[in-house]
Design a protein around this ligand. Structure first.
Ligand code: GLN
Length: 494
């Protein structure tokens, strides 16, 4: 068996991935043998795909970068993994991430941080002297694996920006699809109302190919968009989505530039590449329209309240008995008290950031705080959705009686992140530190969370480099279900 052609090919893949991975730490598991199904006629034949480690695979561990799941191997494959295999893709490994998807730097991981593999163009410095920058999070492993050429594409999840932010920092394409288009069955929940599976690759074409193979109704996922809803959305976007790719021009396409996406936190060196991209879109015939989404400044706070609330509920299942690694309480502790056993296992199994989110979320859901935090955040979420629906030309098929605005725009374009990849912290981020480092990490998400709260499709495309020579990304955001439109405009941005 070791001498079979398949085994030999797998070994050489493995070797090549391991060499590329040595200084990057993007891939945390590579299988001994890569299984492939079907023949060359399948849509993803010949495609190598890495999978974020919070997506269940029966042939590989799924740790979610947490000590709580260090030993976990899922008894089944997530729907997306099955669909990849049925489409002929080879799954070449699992990628590093922030614990349970909570983070923006991929530093909260039992596997250690991911190092951004990007090399500034004029850099002659050998790797061991190079500046170590974050690959972004939480899907830093997926972005870095793509950027370093370990795979053709990677699956990742995006709850509040975890695909778009690392894509932007690593200089790759990252798509967060419309909420509900890709199945979440077998994807470990962080915040169910926001979690989306998406795709990263070097080109929009590769992303689109994988997206097409995965965007199918799945009866196992209660939040999956029905076939009728998908149909309605594709009809609503038809005129525009058909005209863009065939003519490769943006004549008749109205691109909104939301003024709130150029906040005080935006680093000045981001503005130039974004401006250049907008000029490029104009030169291809797009009409640029300044728009306002006035609720944007409240999105980040609402996101952290809602995502922590949902996380606190989702993390409750890891009690060391039904789910998660059991840690034996120390001698002397009364083990007949289940609360002791739970508390001990959960303190040992969850990292500090996850524990913080559980506490924040539990607080936001407590009787005293519910109205002020959880309900307020839900109201903000409604306002954010209404802001988007007001500026888009294409109606929202999820909203009854949604009236499109004839003056509206087809897509929005804005910077994906407020800066280029931040340096990796020299020490572990201490969630209790009062030096602003943690708040800085949360602020990274300020431009990505609105589309998550509204469930809209958004793709981050590399848009050149900032003053420091590191990648800058721009995001194209569209109406719900208009993923094709967003990808078509994204392709022209490439
Ligand atoms: N950085 C955000 C958070 O920590 C987003 C993470 C994500 O999209 N999974 O919640």
């Amino acid at each position: 068996r070791a001498g079979s052609p398949l085994a030999r090919r797998s070994l050489s893949w493995r070797h090549s991935i391991e060499t590329k991975n040595a200084n990057v730490n993007a891939m945390i598991y590579t299988p001994r043998e890569v299984s492939r199904t079907g023949g060359p006629e399948l849509p993803l034949s010949g495609f190598t795909v890495a999978v974020k480690d919070n997506i269940c695979t029966s042939a590989m561990p799924t740790t979610c970068s947490s000590a709580m799941l260090r030993q976990f191997v899922s008894p089944f494959d997530a729907t997306v993994v099955r669909l990849l295999q049925e489409s002929g893709a080879a799954i070449v490994g699992k990628t590093n991430c922030d614990e349970f998807g909570m983070g923006s730097m991929n530093t909260f991981s039992i596997h250690g941080p991911v190092v951004n593999p990007y090399q500034p163009a004029d850099s002659t410095t050998p790797w061991f002297e190079r500046e170590r920058r974050s690959a972004g999070g939480s899907s830093g492993g997926s972005a870095a694996a793509v950027a370093a050429g370990m795979c053709d594409a990677a699956l990742a999840t995006d709850t509040g920006g975890s695909i778009r932010l690392p894509a932007s920092y690593c200089g790759v394409v990252g798509l967060k699809p419309s909420y509900g288009l890709i199945s979440r069955w077998g994807v470990v929940s962080y915040a169910d109302s926001l979690d989306c599976v998406g795709v990263m690759a070097k080109t929009v074409d590769s992303v689109a190919k994988v997206f097409t193979a995965l965007s199918l109704y799945d009866p196992h996922d209660p939040t999956a968009a029905s076939s009728a809803t998908r149909q309605a959305a594709s009809e609503a976007s038809l005129t525009i989505s058909h005209s863009i790719p065939s003519q490769g021009s943006l004549h008749g396409v109205r691109v909104g530039i939301p003024q709130e996406y150029f906040p005080a936190e935006l680093h000045p060196s981001i503005v130039q590449p974004v401006r250049k991209m907008l000029q490029h879109l104009r030169s291809r015939g797009a009409t640029l329209v300044p728009v306002s989404l006035p609720s944007t400044p409240y999105a980040l706070s609402a996101y952290y309240v809602l995502s922590s609330a949902e996380a606190s509920s989702n993390m409750a299942r890891y009690d060391g008995i039904q789910y998660g690694s059991y840690v034996e309480p120390p001698p002397g502790m009364d083990k007949t008290k289940t609360a002791n056993v739970y508390a001990y296992t959960r303190s040992a199994g969850f990292g500090a950031e996850v524990q913080k989110r559980i506490l924040l979320g539990t607080y936001a859901l407590s009787a005293d705080a519910f109205d002020n935090y959880f309900l307020q955040a839900q109201r903000v979420r409604k306002l954010i959705r209404a802001d988007f629906d007001r500026v888009f030309k294409i109606p929202n098929v999820l909203q009854e009686g949604g009236t499109p605005s004839s003056e509206g725009v087809h897509v929005l374009v804005h910077p994906s992140a407020i800066r280029t990849a931040p340096p990796l912290p020299s020490r572990d981020l201490d969630p209790d530190a009062e030096d602003g480092a943690i708040l800085d990490a949360y602020v990274q998400d300020v431009l990505t969370v609105p589309a998550s709260l509204a469930g809209l499709p958004a793709v981050s495309i590399p848009a050149g480099v900032g003053d420091d020579g590191w990648p800058v990304g721009v995001s194209v955001v569209g109406q719900w279900g208009c993923d094709d439109v967003v990808l078509a405009v994204g392709k022209i941005c490439e």
